[in-house]
Design a protein around this ligand. Sequence first.
Ligand SMILES: [Zn+2]
Length: 288
Amino acid sequence: MPELPEVETVRRQLLPIVSDATITAVEVFHPKTVAYDTGIEDALVGATITTIDRIGKLLIVSFLNRADLFLLIHLKMTGQILCADQTQQISGGGHTLSETDVSDLPHKHTRVSFSLNTGVTVYFNDMRLFGYCKRATATETARIKATFGPEPHSLDFDPKAFAQKLRRRRTPVKAALLDQTLLAGLGNIYVDEVLFRVGVRPTRRADRLLAREALAIAEAAGEILEAAIQVGGTTFQHFTDTGGQAGNYTDYLKVFGQQGTQCPECGEIIKKIRVAGRGTHYCAQCQK
Ligand SMILES: [Zn+2]
């Protein structure tokens, strides 16, 4: 499942390819992806893309000549965004990519495509159909944005205010950190990594954290997401050059997916349990 760093990487790489380009055609291969919106083609054709913003894992495309039109894109579990230029050079990102994902586009998992006046075609592939590309008005977009908490690596993030809110939650700290209304952007993988870095067990109740522990969580969340974004660039690549996905933040994970192996800090065996319904990894020696 693409997490925030992968989505941010897609955003950063997509932006120079699509900004200032005008949509010349929209082809919907599966109506669910566009929320059964039969007017989406008419609404988008002729619209010039200005920018792509992101909040949490939601991408928000805005347009120069359509003040009340936004395109909301969520990759959910298996979404991918791929771009093909006139020479069929393909680049893309999102859910783990394989050779078959990028060959012969559009293919059976392509749900919608956008042709641009630059000759580039943008494909949204989504095997499981949980993702979406749907239009929204300015009011709807603002309402959705308001449901997200602050992002730990954004410039206006206030660690003290976050720490206070976190310490009022009467749930396991892991559950609190997964709640996107409290903090936007930490998914299952990165919550486990943050809690390992600060030495806090995922099952600890958030309201029993010390103030310094809550502050350390805020700091580590920003650092780990930023580090993941820095290496996330490798998930968006030219397949004609490299032929597949190589190297990303998974190479740096200390506890997530490491159950049964030795803790890199102390040598204790990493445990896997369930917290908040999610597979959760921790070191019983390092995390209290
Ligand atoms: Zn350890």
